[in-house]
Design a protein around this ligand. Structure first.
Ligand SMILES: *Cc1c(COP(=O)(O)O)cnc(C)c1O
Length: 399
């Protein structure tokens, strides 16, 4: 095995059997993406021109009016919220995250609250939670509850794709219907909602105004990339609050389009999104990854994943006291679920997870081991790594 660049730094590369977890470095980029990024680094380019072309390609792939490359889905949510609050008002852009006097409320159905909604709150908006989930009788959130929360200060409704919220929340179509009746945009967090490939278009088709995807998860793009697909006017606001604005009105490249046309009184100052910079390398890398993702052979990919989880399950079934089977996650990726009797085998779930993480090589798996269960996700496993994981698990679980 060739020495990795991490070994040169004295850092241990991890076998990632947990999928596309950001804290383990996300997905592995295909060589074509790596090469595209290297080629992008060879020349300078006007970022606004590159982003405009990216927007056309993202629009083609998603069916949206427009698109934009961000430095992640979380960044996409922050930029989307900023766009819904400020629109094309450069005075409002300048004041964010102070939203006093603006449309500064974002409605979230209670089961949709999740730790990534901090990206929405970072714009200075107030979250308005709707839905009663407590005792004595919890009931699914109703469309009227969303409608009752809409007022003149409502900037947007945040709707994350969350398996755990299904059946407890108003679906995307229902949410869009209520929102659009009152002129409120809907922001969809589809960060981890790929595959299936059809989801690239599904949320746009359902009427979402802005949809954020991660570039560094299933798309296998640069780890610090993401894409937004959505309404042209909102994407325009995103661009103005994101791109570098160290410009002069008389020489700004967008002066004809935005100043002379009377749309803006001047260029905006550096916006709330300026700290979420995305480079030409990430933009080109993400576009390459998107092209490869749409064209990939899904059947071959499934077959490879299945072979890897079969290897794991078969090995684990040879260990007394261990059960193993295959299940599919919400993205249709087959996972190996490994379960054991913690007291009979004398190893607690968290002990096993920690022993894997602290071993050589370190191995990351799904779950914290609670109840004597972990899952193995083959998405980020290189050829041969399923065997390494299986051996190590057998070593740790064999009494
Ligand atoms: C991973 C994730 C994010 C963040 O995506 P990044 O591309 O890492 O910024 C946001 N929302 C959900 C639901 C996620 O799973």
């Amino acid at each position: 095995m060739t020495r990795t660049i991490y070994a040169e730094l004295g850092v241990r590369p991890v076998i990632n059997a947990a999928g596309t977890l950001t804290r383990l470095g996300g997905a592995i980029m295909p060589p074509e993406v790596v090469e595209a990024m290297a080629r992008a680094a060879e020349h300078c380019v006007r970022i606004e021109e590159l982003q405009a072309r990216a927007g056309e390609l993202i629009a083609e792939a998603t069916g949206a009016e427009s698109g934009y490359v961000t430095c992640g889905a979380a960044a996409g949510l922050l930029l989307s919220t900023a766009a819904c609050v400020a629109g094309l008002d450069i005075g409002k852009m300048e004041r964010l995250p102070d939203t006093s006097g603006m449309k500064n409320e974002v409605i979230i159905q209670r089961p949709h609250r999740n730790s990534y909604d901090h990206a929405v709150r970072a714009v200075g908006v107030k979250v308005v939670e709707v839905g009663w989930m407590g005792s004595p009788t919890p009931h699914p959130v109703q469309a009227w509850e969303i409608e009752a929360a809409i007022n003149e200060r409502t900037a947007a409704i945040y709707w994350p794709v969350m398996e755990a919220a299904e059946g407890k929340t108003v679906g995307l179509e229902g949410t869009v219907a209520v929102a659009h009746k009152r002129g409120v945009p809907v922001i969809v967090d589809a960060s981890a909602a790929l595959p299936p490939t059809t989801n690239l278009r599904a949320f746009v088709a359902a009427g979402a105004d802005l949809v954020a995807f991660s570039g560094g998860k299933a798309l296998r793009g640069p780890q610090a990339s993401g894409l937004l697909a959505g309404r042209r006017d909102l994407i325009q606001s995103v661009a103005l609050q994101h791109q570098d604005m160290d410009v002069h009105p008389a020489t700004w490249s967008l002066r004809a389009q935005l100043l002379e046309a009377g749309l803006l009184p001047g260029p905006p100052l550096q916006g709330i999104g300026r700290s979420l910079k995305v480079g030409k390398e990430e933009i080109v890398g993400l576009l390459t990854a998107l092209r490869l993702f749409v064209a990939r052979d899904e059947a071959a990919e499934q077959a490879m994943w299945l072979a890897q989880v079969h290897t794991l399950v078969e090995t684990m079934l040879t260990v007394p006291g261990v059960q193993a089977d295959i299940e599919a996650n919400a993205q249709g990726i087959p996972l190996a679920r490994v379960t054991w009797d913690e007291s009979a085998l004398g190893i607690q779930g968290s002990e096993l997870v920690n022993a894997l993480a602290d071993g050589d090589p370190p191995i990351g798996v799904g779950g914290d081991g609670a109840g004597g269960t972990i899952t193995i996700n083959p998405f980020s496993l290189a050829p041969g790594q399923a065997e390494v994981v299986a051996h190590r698990l057998r070593e740790l679980l064999q009494r």
